[in-house]
Design a protein around this ligand. Structure first.
Ligand code: NAP
Length: 345
C-alpha cells in the first residue's frame, strides 16, 4: 500500500516512516524544505536502506494545493505536520492556529481530489480533549475519554491546545461530509522516548535536553502530563492506517507523570553528572516568578498541582497498543540525546 506521511522530518513522523518501510509499504512524505539536509538526513538514510520505497515531496501547510502531488495514488494519508510549540510564541494565530487549521483543510482537500484515498489518520492530541488540568474537575468520572473535547482553550489562552482542537474539528467536519474515506484520530499525550532525528527544536526533544542542561536547575513546577512513548505513538498511527475497522478518536497515554517525577527518573538513572532539577517550585513562588518566566497566573491557577488521568482502553483494544513504561522511554531518550551530543554536562 502507498501511504503519505505529512511532515516526515518531525520527531513522531520519522518513527512512523521507519515502521511503515519496515512493514514493506511504499511511502511518500512531505517536508517543508527539501534542501534542509540537517532536517532530513535520517530520512535519506532510510531511503538508502529501502531503495525505491520512500519518496520526498515539498509542501507547506499554508500553501493551497501543495500536497496534491504527494497524495496521488495513496490509499492512506497520515497527516502529522503541525507546529508544536508551547513557548516563545509571539503571534499564536499566525504561528499555531493558521498552520494547524488551514493546513488540515489543505491536506484534506488534496485527499478529496485524489480518489485513491480510503483512510486518513490524523495526529491530533490530548490537547483537543482538554485544555487546562482543572478541566478534569468539570467532567463526570475521574478520567478523560474520547467523548471529551477541549472547551477552555482559545487563541489567547493555551493557543497550541486551541490549534489542535480546531484542526481536529475541521477534520471531523470534512470527514462527515463524504463517504469515501474514513477518519481515525490519534490523540497522544506528551510524547517521549528516543528520537531518530537529531534535531533539537522539536518540543519533545528540547524538553528532555532542558532537564539535563541546567535550564531548570532551580526547580520545576508540579505540572502533570499524560505521557506516551514515541514508538507506541508511531505504531498507533500504523495500526490505525492498516486496520480497516480502525476509526474514531484514540487517546494515547501510558501514564500520568509530573515534572518533578520526570526529573527524579533522570536523576535516579544519571546521578549528579547533569544539572537535573532537584526540587519542585512551590505554587506560591510560581505566582511571584511565573509571569517573568512565561507562566501567567491563569495558567498557574488552572494547572499547577492538578493531576489529570486518561482512559486508554480504545487504543489498547482497537489499535493493539502495549504501552511502554514512561520511565523506560525517558531513560532511553536521555541516553539518545547524550550519545547524539545534544547535551553538555
Ligand atoms: P515536530 O518534531 O516539531 O514536527 C512537526 C512537523 O510539522 C515538522 O515536520 C514540521 O516541519 C512540520 N510543520 C510545522 N509547520 C509546518 C508548515 N507550515 N508546513 C509544513 N510542515 C510544517 O513535532 P512532533 O512532536 O513530531 O509533532 C508531530 C505532530 O504530533 C503534530 O501534529 C503535533 O501537534 C502532534 N503531537 C505531538 C505531541 C508531542 O508530545 N510531541 C503530542 C501530541 C500530539 P519542519 O521539519 O520543516 O519544521
Amino acid at each position: 500500500m502507498k501511504i503519505l506521511v505529512t511532515g516526515g522530518s518531525g520527531y513522531i513522523a520519522s518513527w512512523i516512516i521507519k515502521y511503515l518501510l519496515e512493514q514493506g509499504h511504499q511511502v511518500n512524505t512531505t517536508v517543508r524544505d527539501l534542501s534542509n539536509e540537517a532536517k532530513i538526513f535520517h530520512l535519506k538514510q532510510l531511503e538508502k536502506e529501502k531503495e525505491g520505497k520512500l519518496h520526498f515531496y515539498e509542501a507547506d501547510l499554508l500553501e493551497e494545493g501543495s500536497f496534491d502531488e504527494a497524495v496521488k495514488d495513496c490509499g492512506v494519508v497520515i497527516h502529522s505536520a503541525s507546529p508544536f510549540k508551547v513557548s516563545g510564541i509571539k503571534d499564536p494565530v499566525k504561528q499555531l492556529v493558521e498552520p494547524a487549521v488551514k493546513g488540515t483543510r489543505n491536506v484534506l482537500r488534496a485527499v478529496s481530489r485524489a480518489k485513491s484515498v480510503k483512510k486518513v489518520v490524523l495526529t491530533s492530541s490530548v490537547a483537543a480533549i482538554y485544555g487546562d488540568n482543572a478541566d478534569i474537575k468539570n467532567i463526570e468520572g475521574t478520567k478523560f475519554t474520547e467523548e471529551h473535547w477541549n472547551t477552555s482553550s482559545s487563541e489567547k489562552h493555551q493557543a497550541y491546545s486551541y490549534s489542535k482542537t480546531e484542526a481536529e474539528k475541521v477534520a471531523w467536519q470534512m470527514a462527515n461530509e463524504q463517504q469515501r474515506w474514513k477518519l481515525a484520530v490519534i490523540n497522544p499525550g506528551f510524547v517521549v522516548g528516543p528520537s531518530i532525528t537529531k534535531r533539537k527544536d522539536s518540543t519533545s526533544i528540547s524538553l528532555i535536553i532542558s532537564f539535563l542542561n541546567g535550564t531548570y536547575k532551580s526547580g520545576v513546577p508540579e505540572l502533570y502530563f499524560g505521557m506516551v512513548d514515541v514508538r507506541n505513538a508511531a505504531m498507533a498511527h500504523l495500526n490505525a492506517a492498516t486496520k480497516p475497522d480502525a476509526e474514531g478518536r484514540h487517546i494515547l497515554v501510558s501514564e500520568t507523570l509530573s515534572m518533578p517525577e520526570l526529573a527524579k527518573i533522570l536523576h535516579d538513572h544519571l546521578g549528579d553528572q547533569y544539572k537535573i532539577p532537584g526540587s519542585s517550585i512551590p505554587k506560591w513562588l510560581l505566582f511571584l516568578v511565573g509571569p517573568f518566566s512565561g507562566f501567567n497566573w491563569k495558567f498557574i491557577r488552572q494547572n499547577v498541582g492538578i493531576p489529570v488521568y486518561f482512559d486508554n482502553t480504545r487504543a489498547k483494544n482497537n489499535l493493539d497498543i502495549e504501552f511502554i513504561p514512561v520511565s523506560q522511554s525517558i531513560r532511553e531518550q536521555a541516553e539518545q540525546v547524550i550519545s547524539d551530543g545534544l547535551v553538555e554536562k
